[in-house]
Each structure stands twice: as structure tokens, then as C-alpha cells.
Design a protein around this ligand. Structure first.
Ligand code: AMP
Ligand code: GLY
Length: 436
């Protein structure tokens, strides 16, 4: 009897609503739509790429009431949350509190769990409680400006300043002088990022190589997904301002067995145990942004969702049935799951709009999408208009390819990246080069 119930549960067919509109969501939509357990897929609001995986619906992921109506009207049984904002605003709690929605499986942590990303100061204190390795820090709020400036005056260079809350990826500033750091602190505490910088974290600068680790957890058990390396800066050779991410590679060659042991023992296990100990409901992805200093991993940041563009290389390498995996997660049965990874290397190269990450224009016609061969073309910022695919964001298209190694995957990504054209298109030509 038990056995039959378990089989039935794991085979449940879902009507799914996916929230988000980027390359991460297109990668999610592809995996969800491929699953035999997916009866129907809606994406809110989606993009020109996700429209090929399911039906795009014009709903803002932050409009919980509109989501509620849609879920009830279409008898949605699973909601997958892509971006962090709905999670930080408490979409999980909203579903839990509503008798009609509480049975819907929602993939994403509670508001209390999303604080891992929503408040950098909270995340630092959490790491402190469980001795999770991270850079030394102090936090200062608006009424502590003078103490903050005094603290900075004796700080070693460079100094890392972080707005506490969500700041659209712009909240981290690395200052090369004390003057610059003091100026930045005045601006942040003065409201540069609104409420998000009413508190500032000052952190010691760590010098090393970064990579991203992803875990899916049901709050008790966890499964490690393929790792990735992201290329954050706009310019080649890691120069210029930070972006959302210009490309990614998975697997990461330096993440060997010894490194994984350290990451799991010192970082993943204490994080999942800590959340559980503090009774924080967490059903979803934990993204650990790590830096390796002299062979030792440290946490740079937590995110409460998958990475973008990391997802564009992580999910294609995942061989499990994705809906089945998410179902097991949402029903507390992750323990039974065995993660199956494709051994091949995946690379992705992001095509971006001229001006990104600063101001950029939208609405440029994208050509050549149907001329690519042997890559997965993932839309990040696109929309359909009168039969054409137009640019609709800073990051426009991610070109993901498989290869037996990094160079062979990159060759395909670059060959297809060059075939996709729009006015002002830019991409980095050195993704993955540092790993060769
Ligand atoms: P975040 O916006 O939190 O992803 O941070 C952006 C980037 O800032 C990270 O990916 C790192 O490259 C850099 N960064 C953040 N904290 C530190 C630190 N303590 N030491 C060195 N670099 C850092
Ligand atoms: N690629 C980094 C992020 O998703 O935050």
C-alpha cells in the first residue's frame, strides 16, 4: 500500500505556472516542458523563447492577487518561482495563508528563508551563528554613520561595501581608497538604494576565484546540482562594471572532490541545518556564491533562487525529470532522489544590448535565430512583435552548447553567437578562457 502511494505521488502530473522572464526562466521552461509530468505550462510573463515551451501570460510576478486568480482559474498545481523579488516579498507565505492556495506546490522558500538573499546583514549573522566561512564584516545603519566612517578610516584596502537589501545587482561596491569608501557609505546610508541601503555591510576583501554552487532542498534533505562559474564583469579580462552575468561554464574544473568535501561539510550542511534549527521553511533552491582563497571556500553571498546565466548551463546538464524532481522537493521526498548529471561540459555566452549594464535601447530586431546549429538558444530579454523577435532587455540571448571539454563547447557557443545579430550586439569573447 505504501509502495503504491509513493509511486502515484511521484508520478503526479502537474499544471505548472512559472514566474519570471529571463534566460533562467527559458532554461526552466525547457526542462519543465520536456517532462512527461507536465500537463500544461504557463509562464508569467515569459519572453519570445518561453512562448515555444508553453503559454505566456501577461501577469507581473509581484502581483500576488493576479497570480492567485490565475492559479485558481486554471487549476494550477505547481508554481515555480524564478526571480528573488516575489520570494523576498513573501509569495510562499501568501500561498500558505490562503486555504485555496495552500495545497498548490510552490517551489521557493518562505519570506523568512528568502532573507538569506534579501538582507546581507542577516545572512552574515546567520553564517556567524553556524561558523560558516565568510569574510569578516561589520554592519552600520543610518543612525551609525559616524561610527561607520571611523571604522572605515582604519580599514585595510580594498574595502567592500554592500547595501543590505536587494539593489538589482548594483548594491556591492569595491572601494580602492578610504575616501572613496567613506563617500560611498555616506551615499548608501543617505538613501542611494532607498530602504535597501538603510543598512550597509562593510566586508574584508577576499582575493580568489569564484564559483556558484546550487542546492535544492525540501527543508530537511538536499541535493547538490551541477556547479557553474559565472563571468560577472562586462569587459574581457574581468574588467569594467558588474553585470547580471555575461556567460557561464559547468562543470568547474577546480571544484574537485576535496573542494566538494569542504563545501559540503563547512557550508552546505551547516546552512541547511541552520535553517531547519531556526524553523525557517525552505523548499527550493539555495545558491551559494563562493570564493576560493588559498584552497579554502568562503561564502560571498547567498541567493534564494537559481543563478542567471548559471541556470543556462546547470539545467541542461541535469538529466533527472525536472517536474518529478521539483515534486519530490515540494513533498519532502528529496531523500529518495538521485541527481543525474551529464558529464559533458556546457558553456553559455550572453549576447547583450549596447550600453548594458548602463542605459540601453530596446526594440532592436534580432536576426539569424533560425540559422544556428547545435546550440540551445535561450532567450533572456526578448519579445515578439508583429512576427519579429525584438530585444527587450540588457541581456538578450544566451547561447548554450555542450562539448567534451570547455574549448569544444565554447567553439559551438561562439560560432552560433556570431550568427545571431541585432544592432549594438555585444558579447565577451573570453568566457571560460581562465579555466583552460
Ligand atoms: P554580489 O552582488 O553580492 O553578487 O557581489 C558582486 C561581486 O562582488 C561578487 O561576485 C564578487 O566578485 C564581489 N565581492 C563581493 N564581496 C566580496 C568580498 N568580500 N571580497 C571580494 N569580492 C567580493
Ligand atoms: N549570475 C549571478 C546571479 O544570478 O546572481
Amino acid at each position: 500500500m505504501h509502495y503504491i502511494c509513493a509511486v502515484m505521488a511521484i508520478n503526479t502530473i502537474h499544471k505548472i505556472l512559472l514566474l519570471g522572464a529571463g534566460g533562467r526562466e527559458h532554461a526552466f521552461a525547457l526542462q519543465l516542458s520536456k517532462s512527461k509530468r507536465c500537463a500544461q505550462l504557463f509562464i508569467a510573463p515569459g519572453n519570445a523563447g518561453t512562448a515555444h515551451c508553453g503559454e505566456n501570460v501577461p501577469i507581473n510576478p509581484l502581483d500576488f492577487q493576479a497570480i492567485r486568480s490565475f492559479v485558481l482559474q486554471h487549476q494550477i498545481t505547481m508554481v515555480v518561482v524564478g526571480p528573488e523579488e516575489p520570494l523576498v516579498l513573501g509569495i510562499w507565505d501568501f500561498f500558505q495563508a490562503d486555504p485555496e492556495l495552500s495545497k498548490v506546490l510552490l517551489i521557493g522558500p518562505s519570506q523568512a528563508g528568502a532573507v538569506l538573499e534579501g538582507s546581507k546583514a542577516w545572512a552574515k549573522r546567520f553564517m556567524g551563528r553556524y561558523q560558516i566561512p565568510t569574510a569578516a564584516y561589520r554592519e552600520f545603519s543610518t543612525d551609525q554613520l559616524q561610527q561607520g566612517l571611523d571604522y572605515l578610516s582604519k580599514h585595510a584596502l580594498p574595502i567592500v561595501l554592500k547595501a543590505d537589501g536587494l539593489a538589482a545587482g548594483k548594491g556591492v561596491v569595491i572601494c580602492q581608497s578610504i575616501n572613496e569608501a567613506q563617500q560611498e557609505m555616506k551615499e548608501m546610508l543617505g538613501g542611494k538604494f532607498g530602504d535597501a541601503s538603510a543598512k550597509v555591510v562593510v566586508e574584508a576583501f577576499l582575493s580568489g576565484i569564484e564559483f556558484s554552487v546550487f542546492v535544492l532542498t525540501d527543508g530537511k534533505n538536499y541535493k547538490i546540482l551541477p556547479e557553474a562559474k559565472d563571468y560577472k564583469r562586462i569587459g574581457e579580462g574581468d574588467k569594467g562594471p558588474n553585470t547580471g552575468g555575461m556567460g557561464a561554464v559547468s562543470p568547474v574544473p577546480f571544484a574537485d572532490a576535496l573542494m566538494w568535501q569542504k563545501v559540503e561539510d563547512r557550508i552546505i550542511v551547516p546552512t541547511i541545518k541552520g535553517l531547519r534549527k531556526e524553523k525557517i521553511p525552505y523548499i527550493g533552491f539555495v545558491f551559494f556564491g563562493l570564493i576560493v582563497v588559498d584552497g579554502e571556500p568562503y561564502v560571498i553571498e547567498y541567493n534564494c533562487r537559481m543563478g542567471d546565466p548559471e541556470t543556462e548551463v546547470v539545467l541542461p546538464r541535469l538529466k533527472n525529470d525536472f517536474v518529478q524532481l521539483l515534486h519530490a522537493c515540494a513533498t519532502g521526498k528529496l531523500k529518495r532522489v538521485v541527481i543525474k548529471q551529464d558529464k559533458k561540459t556546457a558553456t553559455t555566452v550572453m549576447l547583450v544590448s549596447k550600453g548594458y549594464p548602463g542605459a540601453y535601447e530596446k526594440g532592436k530586431i534580432i536576426e539569424g535565430l533560425d540559422t544556428t546549429k547545435g546550440s540551445i538558444i535561450l532567450h533572456a530579454g526578448t519579445k515578439m512583435s508583429e512576427g519579429s523577435v525584438l530585444t527587450n532587455g540588457g541581456r538578450v540571448i544566451a547561447v548554450t552548447s555542450f562539448g567534451k571539454d570547455i574549448p569544444s563547447a565554447l567553439r559551438k557557443s561562439y560560432s552560433n553567437a556570431r550568427k545571431i545579430k541585432f544592432e549594438g550586439r555585444y558579447f565577451r569573447r573570453d568566457i571560460g578562457k581562465d579555466l583552460l
